[in-house]
Design a protein around this ligand. Structure first.
Ligand code: ADP
Ligand code: MG
Length: 727
């Protein structure tokens, strides 16, 4: 479909849009009734399981104790009956391979009964363990394709749910995926291991503070998901979007985001209808969608749920991305989760709000009313600051991907330099700490606006800073460098692990200093806090993270600035990372290396695909359009000349030069792709990053100039203006 017909059809689709299904009235079915209706959660379990079985299961979920295998059959039968009562015919073990996607292989509940009929079967063993072949997933050299055996194992801590399709329903069971040798082949296993490590060391701190029997400490995650929506006609008319998820060509439209009229603007009707339905689907799955709004770029939106336990949030995030994509289709749109689908306007991130806590002590990063006197908070907060500084390279590396490279390190938020924003109040407190001890907390003020009828509201203790990659926002840290398309399991695993390490170091020091005498605790804390700030204070930056000045300053502070995957990814397989992960039982050396290998391979695959798409589009779409226009100009020229006019050949000259540039650019890029560049994956990635990407960009530059000259009716690709504004 050429751009011009796609354009007409998209306009038609927008102007004649009617919802396909009758809108759900929350007056008839309340949101609370809908919420979790497709989840085998606590209430469904309580209703359907014998009391002792229910209790045992909840114990495993809440305390992390061993799952009693004797109860598996009972749970399986209850789960099966529940699923069948909801119309499910199939079940699947859902797992999360290293690609960052979600994988599933469905089985029917039915088994032949030997008499020509069939019965519904689902045993404890089928619930707890599966064996998908799954040998085609990348494993970073951890196994050969002929060593296909891999197991999925039921993750009791993440609830099973039902996925609906117009033609049927499937029971989905979240699982961990490991090889025959027990190595993690997925993103969930290390996440669960890292949560365990976090709990172990957080408990040591809680014990120092004298808490008796604190509940299991977990990390929490609340993810703000940014995404673009475009009309599907445009999506299918652009081979680059279809194949790679981003536009590899496209001149900037006359109007971009400079008016700032999209951000938090009124949500277009079709989009709002989509959001309602997407949220309804999320509610059914027990995903607490909370906030929705227009984002900065035209066509860009955001959804944020209420935060949850990090493991559940990670699974829910995968489901959220899937749901957004699926529901967008129903509304004639495509949801683009790519970090940078359009050049020249903002890209999309996924801010991961991170905290840790438990049922007995609450949020351990909550400063309370008098943070300076809240020693426990200061210890946990300082441990996070230390972790971010000590492991800033790894924190950067864990969000490195070909697509996120267009945000981090490019002229986009947030910068690739990992720093911590604390805000005025906390910054002041930690400064007091370095000077011998915190005596007071700023704040407690009220906001004065000068209008008597407006309510008096308390002022937050600190302002926000949108440019910081790791910002304290009141009772949590917001990790803003995560990419919109990424699985959060990786970043969560990293944050859990580095915070566990930090808590370990802090706990060891405190335990040693305190010994058997609790009265020594306060003095010991002051000393440890001082040390942490002296060694790690350089990571704190409260200014403008986009500024050139900060780049210089960060350099002088010795903070790493890893601009691309080829700089960042090797760290993931380096000695430091290997030792860290091994020490906290999160990943073995082989698993760590395997992961870096997969990430590098993914990088090479993505950039390679993009380069091949550039070549094909340049050759078969852009070049033909350009020479058609060139031909028209030449013909006009010849005709005018024949009747005695002089025709200014300026445009023809320019087009001719650009056509030549385009051809040369293609030849150059083809040569570079053929070259390959080195034997190792890293060498290949470097070649792609340093030679192939710039060559692709050069072709784009030429093509975009042509787009600005060639007659609109001859231009075959949907334009930025169309894609971003016709919605
Ligand atoms: P913002 O103002 O940063 O755009 P949003 O309301 O869009 O805020 O998103 C904030 C996210 O942070 C939500 O997902 C919210 O549930 C989450 N959040 C709030 N408190 C915590 C916490 N203690 N730990 C983790 N996440 C939290
Ligand atoms: Mg937000």
């Amino acid at each position: 479909m050429s751009g011009s017909s796609a354009r007409l059809q998209a306009i038609e689709a927008v102007t004649t849009y009617r919802p396909t299904s009758a809108p759900l009235s929350f007056a008839n079915v309340s949101a609370s009734e809908l919420y979790g209706s497709n989840v085998f959660g606590k209430s469904a379990m309580k209703e359907r399981l014998p009391k002792p079985v229910f209790k045992s299961l909840i114990k495993t979920i809440e305390t992390g104790s061993h799952l009693d295998s004797a109860i598996a059959d009972v749970v399986a039968a209850a789960m099966r009956d529940w699923a069948i009562s909801k119309g499910a015919t199939h079940y699947t073990h859902v797992f999360y391979p290293l690609t960052g996607f979600t994988a599933e292989k469905h089985d029917s509940f039915l088994s032949p009964d030997g008499d020509g009929g069939a019965i519904a079967e689902f045993s404890g063993k089928t619930l707890t363990q599966g064996e998908p072949d799954a040998s085609s997933f990348p494993n970073g050299g951890m196994r050969n394709t002929f060593e296909a055996r891999g197991y999925t194992m039921w993750d009791v801590t993440s609830p099973a749910y039902i996925l609906e399709n117009p033609n049927g329903r499937t029971l989905c069971i979240p699982t961990a995926f490991v090889s025959w040798t027990g190595e993690a082949l997925d993103k969930k296993t290390p996440l669960l291991r890292s949560m365990q490590a976090l709990n172990t060391h957080a408990q040591r701190i809680l014990k120092l503070f004298g808490h008796v029997n604190p509940a299991k400490v977990v990390s929490y995650a609340g993810c703000e998901q940014e995404y673009f929506l475009i009309d599907r006609h445009f999506f299918f008319s652009r081979p680059d979007l279809l194949a790679t998820g981003r536009t590899l060509f496209g001149a900037l439209p006359p109007k971009g985001q400079e008016f700032e009229d999209h951000y938090l603007g009124a949500i277009p009707d079709r989009v709002l209808a989509f959001m309602h339905e997407a949220e309804r689907e999320l509610f059914k799955l027990g995903i607490p969608a909370k906030t929705r709004h227009n984002e900065v770029a035209p066509g860009q939106f955001e959804l944020a749920p209420v935060f949850e336990n990090g493991n559940v949030a990670a699974d829910h995030q995968q489901l959220t991305m899937f749901t957004l994509k699926r529901v967008a289709e129903m509304y004639g749109m495509t949801c683009l989760l790519h970090e940078k689908p359009f050049a020249g306007v903002n890209g999309s991130g996924k801010h991961v709000n991170f905290s840790l806590g438990n049922a007995t002590q609450g949020n351990l990063l909550d400063p309370g009313d008098n943070p300076h006197a809240n020693a426990q908070f200061l210890v946990f907060c300082a441990a996070v600051i230390r972790a971010v500084h000590r492991w800033s390279g790894l924190l950067r590396a864990v969000v490195a991907s070909a697509s996120n490279d267009h945000r981090l390190g490019a002229n986009e938020a947030p910068p690739a330099i990992i720093s911590v924003f604390l805000g005025e109040q906390l910054n002041d407190i930690f400064e007091q700490v370095t000077k011998g001890g915190a005596k007071s907390s700023k704040g407690g003020e009220t906001l004065k606006v000068g209008v008597d009828s407006l309510p008096v509201i308390p002022k937050d203790a600190g302002d926000r800073n949108r440019t910081s990659p790791f910002a304290f926002t009141g009772n949590r840290f917001e990790f803003r460098a995560v990419g919109s398309s990424q699985a959060i399991a990786g970043p969560m695993t990293m944050m859990n692990t580095i915070v566990a390490e930090s808590l370990d170091v802090v706990a060891t020091k405190l335990e040693k200093a305190v010994g058997d005498d609790p009265s020594k605790l306060n003095g010991a804390i002051q000393k440890v806090l001082e040390e942490i700030m002296a060694e790690n204070g350089s990571v704190i930056y409260n200014g403008n993270g986009y500024s050139e000045a900060w780049h210089k300053e960060a350099d002088s502070r010795g903070l790493p600035n890893l601009r691309s995957c080829v700089e960042a990814l090797p760290l993931l397989g380096g000695k430091e990372a290997t030792e860290l992960f091994a020490k906290y039982g999160v990943l073995t050396e082989r698993e760590t290396h395997g992961r870096m290998d997969v990430d590098l391979e993914q990088y090479c695959l993505v950039v390679g695909l993009e380069a091949r798409t550039v070549i094909e589009m340049a050759k078969t779409i852009i070049f033909p359009a350009a020479i058609r226009y060139q031909g028209e100009l030449a013909q006009t020229c010849a005709h005018l000349k024949a009747v005695g006019y002089v025709f200014d050949t300026d445009t023809l000259d320019k087009v001719t030069v650009l056509v030549k540039d385009l051809q040369d650019g293609i030849v150059k890029l083809e040569g570079m792709l053929a070259e390959g560049g080195g034997h190792s994956k890293l060498d290949h990635a470097k070649h792609l990053c340093n030679a192939v990407l710039p060559a692709m960009l050069a072709i784009r530059k030429t093509a975009d100039q042509l787009e600005g000259m060639v007659a609109d009716d001859l231009w075959p690709l949907a334009t930025y203006q169309e894609m971003l504004f016709i919605l």
